[in-house]
Write a protein that binds this ligand. Structure first.
Ligand code: NAP
Length: 286
């Protein structure tokens, strides 16, 4: 069981030893609609207040405006936050990664990103991106680096690249309806102490619509289907989750999912509705 942090939010360790919250705040599709900005900002601020101090963003999201929103939220409280952002594969050459990071830093209004990820694999050799990441670490512009949407063969290739074993996380699609990683990627990462960051834990909301099993388990716990879907991920060692919640009410609900304990009966019922994989499958992406 991961150790609790001061705020009561459990944490998991990166390979280099630093601990990060098991539950963070996603930002995809934030900062798209100006009329939602105040609510989105309030949601992220409340998340930080409740100890969900990991914020996940990317240069991709809203063409950089999500990073600007995060910059507003973390202004004056930067040291509380473990900030994750991502470089697009089309920018992931040696020079391109460094330039993309500098643009992200400007939008985020900070001098450092805590964990900088390759968003998915593109045409540039991993070796080049890793060299850029190392240069950024040496310059103090990023503290750690990792990857996203990389399956086991890519991770194996990465381990063979000079410096590649310094990877600190793989951020991948994982939720009740996307369980493929349980047979390959998840055990591979666990064996090496590399955290799996579960993105789209609600399948972008689709998982929560009219699912009878989730509703039944939720009713037993006096909880919501979202809380059950999240608690199902958060029970796992070596995994954290980064749901996107655009309202303070959703943030509060998600935070409360950390206190739920699913029973063997709950897990069996969820396995019935969302069967675990029977054979290894290629990593799914959104
Ligand atoms: P998600 O977190 O699975 O779902 C977001 C949806 O769930 C939103 O519609 C949100 O509505 C709703 N929601 C949140 N909390 C809820 C609650 N308690 N009850 C009911 N509905 C709730 O989808 P996602 O945004 O795709 O994934 C999460 C984050 O992962 C992203 O924001 C991004 O940071 C990251 N991500 C990374 C990648 C990658 O390639 N690395 C890909 C996808 C996502 P409201 O907005 O109304 O709260």
């Amino acid at each position: 069981m991961p150790a609790p942090s001061v705020s009561g939010v459990r944490t998991i360790a990166l390979p280099l030893g630093e601990r990060i919250p098991v539950l963070g705040l996603g930002t995809w599709f934030m900062a798209e609609d100006p009329s939602l900005r105040a609510t989105e900002r309030a949601a992220l601020e409340l998340g930080l207040d409740l100890g969900l101090t990991l914020i996940d963003t990317a240069e991709l999201y809203a063409d950089g405006r999500a990073e600007e929103l995060v910059g507003e939220v973390i202004a004056g409280r930067r040291d509380e936050v473990f900030l994750v952002s991502k470089v697009l594969p089309t920018n992931a050459s040696r020079a391109g990664t460094i330039a993309a990071c500098e643009r992200s830093l400007r939008r985020l209004g900070t001098d450092r990103i805590d964990l900088y990820l390759l968003h998915w694999r593109g045409a540039f050799p991993l070796e080049e991106t890793v060299l850029a990441f190392q240069e950024l670490v040496e310059a103090g512009k990023i503290r750690h680096w990792g990857v996203s949407n990389l399956d086991v063969p890519d991770l194996e290739e990465l381990s063979g690249v000079p410096g590649g074993s310094q990877v600190q996380a793989d951020q991948v699609l994982y939720n009740l309806s996307r369980r493929g990683i349980e047979l390959g990627l998840l055990p591979w990462c666990r064996a090496r102490g590399i955290p799996v960051m579960a993105y789209s834990p609600y399948e972008q909301g689709r998982l929560l619509r009219d699912d009878a099993a989730l509703a039944a388990v939720a009713e037993r716990h006096g909880a919501t289907p979202a809380q059950i879907a999240l608690a199902w991920i958060l029970r796992l060692d070596g995994v954290n989750a980064i749901p996107k919640a655009g309202t303070p009410a959703h943030v509060e609900e998600n935070r409360a999912a950390l206190d739920l304990r699913l029973t063997r009966e709950d897990l069996a019922e969820l396995d019935g509705a969302f069967p675990p994989p029977e054979e290894e499958r290629p990593l799914e992406v959104l």
